[in-house]
Design a protein around this ligand. Structure first.
Ligand code: PXP
Length: 251
């Protein structure tokens, strides 16, 4: 770091898996809005939710209520479908992040293929931006995808860090897969910035691999979900058991 102050990297907290827990039991808790407020109080710069086509976690109502009440910006991840574009145009989140979506996948598996859908993506960017919604495209760290994203008029790209997250520090041949992935992301981030795109990143980031990504100065925002919600189980479990035990002792 030089003498100039370093710009703070924004943290988008993805709260999808709070909704996953709720949907698993069909209860009205844990409350997604409450999770968003706690995250905001703890320093989250924005809240990210993915309204999937199968509605496996976040529901339409969650998105509406978050939009109406959140004190920080809302980033809506969504597939490139007419249904999702209509929802975004009516809810008007601060950001839309366009992601590829397959029904059978456990989570978003790869970046959006912008090069092969350029005309459609450009039209959707225009439609959303006309309503004041900024658009990011979730893409792999690939030059052609970045150039196509710029040509579509996107405000930003979100670089897919999933392969970095999956990479072992050292593979069986003694290679450094993680370092190579990191370098690929750093180069893509630099190019995205040179193309005038906002630079976001996310997917598969956790407490043991995030630091190296934060060293990539040109990245402005990280979106992180699974690791934070998973960590919250353990930072909160002790207290949760104690509270239940206390109630039982009173009874
Ligand atoms: N960014 C995008 C575009 C995603 O699809 C996801 C997963 O929903 C994330 C970030 C967050 O990934 P993770 O849950 O692995 O932190």
């Amino acid at each position: 770091m030089t003498g100039t102050a370093r710009r703070a990297m924004r943290l988008g907290v993805n709260i999808d898996h709070v909704a996953t827990l709720r949907q698993a039991r069909g209860t009205d808790y844990p409350n997604v809005l409450q999770a968003a407020y706690v995250a905001a109080d703890a320093g989250a710069d924005l809240i990210t939710v993915h309204l999937r086509e199968d509605r496996r976690h976040i529901q339409d109502r969650d998105v509406v209520l978050l939009r109406e009440t959140l004190p920080i910006p809302l980033n809506l991840e969504m597939a490139l479908t007419a249904e999702m574009v209509d929802i975004a145009l009516s809810v008007k989140p601060d950001w839309c992040c366009l992601v590829p979506e397959k029904r059978e996948e456990l989570t978003t598996e790869g970046g959006l293929d912008v090069t092969s859908q350029q005309a459609q993506i450009k039209a959707v960017c225009k439609q959303l931006q006309a309503e004041g919604i900024k658009v990011s495209l979730f893409v792999d760290a690939d030059e052609a995808q970045l150039r196509a994203s710029q040509a579509c008029g996107a405000n930003a790209v979100e670089l897919h860090t999933g392969q970095y997250g999956d990479a072992k520090k050292h593979d069986q041949h003694g290679g450094t897969a993680e370092a190579q992935e990191l370098e690929r992301i750093a180069q893509a981030a630099q190019l995205a910035q040179e193309l005038g795109l906002g630079v976001h990143a996310g997917h598969g980031l956790h407490y043991h691999n995030v630091q190296a990504i934060t060293e990539i100065d040109v990245i402005q925002e990280l979106n992180i979900g699974h690791a934070i919600v998973a960590r919250a189980v353990f930072t909160g479990l002790d207290q949760a058991v104690r509270e239940m035990k206390r109630l039982m002792q009173r009874a």
